[in-house]
Design a protein around this ligand. Structure first.
Ligand code: SAM
Length: 466
């Protein structure tokens, strides 16, 4: 085994090709993230009291680092009034995105194989043209120079009134785990394997031996055991993109908020609906402590400490002012709610990272029964006892909890294509064909009635004996 210090940049690059320090030698897995749905972003912004770009009018959505473009293509099928654009530096990713798009015949999404640096250099590109810009799994994994390019693109292309989604690795959740990433990288480069998969498997075997040998770093940090188990269950493509990029920055929320402020954007809230709902966001005791902190950024940092969070999904807005109460209520009243899962699967114990939250059956069962009978607007749900006797703030809280618990899906104005949408049918056929060809056991399909997607098993049903 050669010492890592003896390995030059060329040997390291040969062990895993990259562009500007970002891995290109192996593809990222094809995945769907519900939080990137423009309707989910619009609803989360509304939850936080901000106006969102209207979905009942044409809108433009840009995905920076879109990988296989699964989300943008699925969203393009669900939102024919939107124009979607996905860019990625890895031509293999974009070729895969384009294959699915062409097979599904979706013409309101376009993919470009290009780098953020080239986009910055292209001065002919449109300005202030995007209502939504999303960037999932990018910021923590690229160099400072690429982060600066991204800032320029956001500044140039996000419209006033537009919303940015950015996810990133954060502290304090990574504090104890960061040396694992360092060890994984070193073990990867020192390994004798000839493929990315072989090298990763040898590096993981080294970590396992280390854990079993009783080193104090592992025994002193109980969070490492589940991390090591999680790593062993992951695809090589995921591991390479998560851990083997040359750059790996774990941010504090305040640093990301400051960067975005410098780009002219203000923090709105979380892209995850449950995080914006008091009952589901944090346990009761720290909530009281947090309420006493006037500084909103510090309050968010406290929240990360409370939950020992390691990954954040933030929303930022350009030139957005909080809605006056009347407009907030008006926006709420144009949203419809649909049951997101079978009524029988709505268990009133909601699992959160900090423990179980028990919902009051006297409040939530009648609401769930109402939704089981069909979609309902805010006024229809607030007419259900006991909500009918409550003020609007409490009614709103209860309805928000239905969404945060993932019992109900909000359909904001302009979302929700017809169930027989041909674009959705073509997307679902193409996605199923691609999943079967790839030998997958399931596929994520677009569901027009939810304005979202659902995972469907592709395993043949096992016949019963009679
Ligand atoms: C971890 S993947 C996330 C992909 C996708 N957003 C998702 O969530 O499935 C990050 C993506 O950013 C792309 N990327 C990294 N650096 C880039 C750059 N400088 N220019 C354009 N794309 C880049 C990578 O090729 C990769 O597909």
């Amino acid at each position: 085994m050669t010492a890592i210090a003896d390995k030059g940049d060329e040997a390291i690059a040969a062990a895993l090709p990259d562009v500007d320090g970002y891995v290109t030698g192996i593809a990222y897995p094809r995945r769907y993230y519900r939080e990137l749905n423009p309707a989910a972003i619009a609803f989360a912004a509304q939850q936080c009291g901000y106006p969102a770009p209207r979905l009942d009018q044409p809108f433009r959505y840009l995905d920076l680092g879109c990988a296989h473009g699964y989300g943008p293509t699925l969203f393009a099928a669900l939102f024919p009034q939107g124009q979607f654009l996905g860019v990625d530096v890895n031509p293999e990713h974009i070729a895969s995105a384009e294959r699915l798009r062409a097979e599904a015949g979706i013409d309101n999404v376009v993919f470009h194989a290009t780098s953020f640096a080239k986009m910055v250099a292209d001065t002919t590109a449109p300005k202030a043209d995007c209502d939504f810009i999303v960037m999932h799994g990018v910021m923590s994994w690229v160099s400072d120079a690429v982060q600066r390019d991204i800032a320029i693109l956001i500044e140039r292309r996000l419209k006033p009134g537009g919303i940015l989604y950015v996810s990133y690795n954060c502290q304090p959740g990574w504090a104890a785990k960061m040396p694992i990433r360092e060890l994984l990288v070193d073990a990867y480069h020192l390994s004798s394997g000839t493929t990315v998969e072989e090298r990763l498997s040898q590096a993981l075997a080294f970590l396992r031996r280390l854990a079993e040998s009783g080193v104090q770093y592992i025994s002193a940090n109980p969070s490492l055991t589940p991390l090591l188990e999680m790593l062993e269950g992951q695809e090589a493509g995921y591991l390479a993109h998560e851990f083997l990029n040359r750059h790996w920055t774990v941010f504090y929320h305040r640093d990301m908020a400051a960067r975005m402020k410098a780009t002219g954007l203000d923090y709105l809230g979380s892209a995850n609906a449950a995080d914006n709902i008091r009952l589901l966001a944090v346990p009761e005791k720290p909530t009281a402590l947090m309420d006493a902190i006037p500084d909103l950024v510090m309050r968010e940092t406290m929240r990360d400490m409370t939950l020992n969070r390691q990954f954040r999904r933030d929303l930022y807005g350009r030139a957005l002012t909080a809605l006056p109460l009347t407009s907030y209520v008006a926006a709420l009243k144009t949203t419809r709610f649909v049951l997101a899962r079978p009524r029988l699967d709505c268990n009133l114990t909601v699992k959160r990272s900090f423990g179980d939250v028990a919902l009051d059956a006297a409040i939530f069962n009648p609401l769930l029964d109402r939704l089981a009978a069909g979609s309902a607007g805010f006024d229809e749900l607030s007419a259900v006892p006991p909500l009918i006797d409550w003020g609007i703030a409490d009614q709103n809280q209860a309805i928000q909890v239905l969404v945060g618990a993932e019992f109900a899906r909000p359909i904001v104005a302009g979302a929700g294509v017809m169930p027989d949408s041909e674009a959705v049918q073509r997307f679902n056929q193409a996605a199923t064909k691609a999943a079967l060809e790839a030998g997958r056991n399931d596929v994520t399909l677009a569901v027009p009635t939810l304005s979202d997607a659902r995972v469907v098993s592709l395993k043949p049903a096992v016949p019963t004996s009679d």
